[in-house]
Design a protein around this ligand. Structure first.
Ligand SMILES: [Zn+2]
Length: 352
């Protein structure tokens, strides 16, 4: 008879109660987890080896293993607030001792991934929307021709082919003591905007940014913004006023821009993600570019032979936006030989 089991996810040190011939916790305490089994939802402690062995023998069937987990339901405004909370929390936590854009971006992705793994939202359109996403880190040496962050969105409507777009974000922190963004590299932005459409400069500020348009129709929980985006084209226009010859400069040449002159063109990052990217706006639909961003070789955008030096973004965010009741596909197509998934459970993972 097949027993249906459900791992609790709780890890303990104890003796294994199953004790197959593969057991690794037979005589002394080792890492075990508690699983529940039917009928009566009884508990049994089992080591990893025995768990695998029971499943392999077909004596145990893991509850829900082959089905994608049910998405968590959330209203659009709750989601918006949650996103803003993540950005605010991670940015404020990083100031002043860890005030570095790479550090902040990684922490945001880590939290984002927890929130967005699999959710359903109401209120963005007349159809329910299922969203699942995964975040990856490039394991090679990023060259920054596409900015720090690649953002790939696949939008699926019932009865039509999915369409997939990409764009990129280049992150910068506000100067630790002044109002300036002192590390903006004009030439680098120029390279990014020649490679992908609608790239954005992502700006992190340890003080709330209040200069942009009126979002008073949004709930108050979303009003203290610390992460905003502005089109790279606008930033380049501002740079051109300061230095018309910026595209000829070295790619590490820095230009300092006052937050005051740029914030009026920005929108909150959470707004850009939910109301623009998730609707397919501000994305580049060049399919060869998307293949290359995912780490696959192709003729139009040849990656170097040594993929570790390929011109890829440091972080890649893949999102499926599923309109209607179609089955959620949790699979993401990406070259995992050079991209490593950022998981939300790096410690204490007992990977059943
Ligand atoms: Zn065992």
């Amino acid at each position: 008879m097949i027993t249906r089991v459900e791992p609790s996810g709780v890890i303990l040190k104890d003796i294994c109660e199953i004790q197959t011939e593969k057991c690794v916790a037979e005589y002394s305490s080792a890492a075990i987890t508690a699983v529940w089994y039917s009928p009566g939802r009884k508990q049994v402690n089992v080591c990893r080896s025995c768990f695998d062995e029971m499943v392999r023998r077909g004596e145990w069937e893991v509850k829900g293993a082959r089905l994608s987990p049910r998405p968590e339901n959330m209203s659009l405004m709750t989601l918006y607030s949650e996103l803003e909370n993540i950005f605010r929390q991670q940015i404020l936590d990083s100031y002043p001792s860890d005030w570095n854009e790479d550090f902040i971006t990684r922490k945001i992705f880590f939290e984002y991934r927890k929130l967005f793994r699999n959710i359903q939202i109401d209120g963005l359109s007349s159809l329910p929307i299922k969203i699942n996403s995964a975040a990856y880190k490039f394991t090679g040496n990023p060259e920054r021709q596409f900015g720090d962050i690649g953002f790939i969105v696949k939008i699926i409507y019932p009865g039509s082919h999915p369409f997939e777009g990409v764009t990129s974000l280049e992150a910068k922190i506000r100067h630790k003591t002044t109002r300036k963004f002192a590390e903006i590299k004009g030439k680098q932005l120029n390279i990014i905007s020649s490679n992908v459409k609608y790239p954005m400069l992502l700006m992190y500020d340890y003080q709330p940014i209040e200069k942009f348009h009126d979002y008073s129709f949004f709930p108050s929980t979303t009003k203290r913004n610390h992460a905003v985006v502005v089109p790279v084209d606008i930033v380049e226009s501002i740079i051109r006023e300061i230095d018309p010859y910026y595209p000829e400069k070295d790619k590490n040449h820095k230009i300092s821009i006052d937050g005051k002159s740029i914030y009026k063109f920005t929108v909150p990052l959470a707004y850009q993600i939910l109301f623009r990217y998730f609707r397919g706006l501000d994305l580049d639909f060049n399919q060869n570019l998307i293949r290359s961003m995912k780490g696959y070789e192709n003729e139009e955008f040849p990656l170097s032979y040594n993929l570790r030096e390929a011109p890829l973004p440091q972080y890649l965010l893949l999102v499926n936006v599923n309109y209607g009741d179609s089955e959620t596909n949790m699979e993401f197509d990406i070259n995992t030989g050079i991209f490593r998934e950022i998981t939300s459970s790096e410690e204490q993972e007992f990977d059943f």
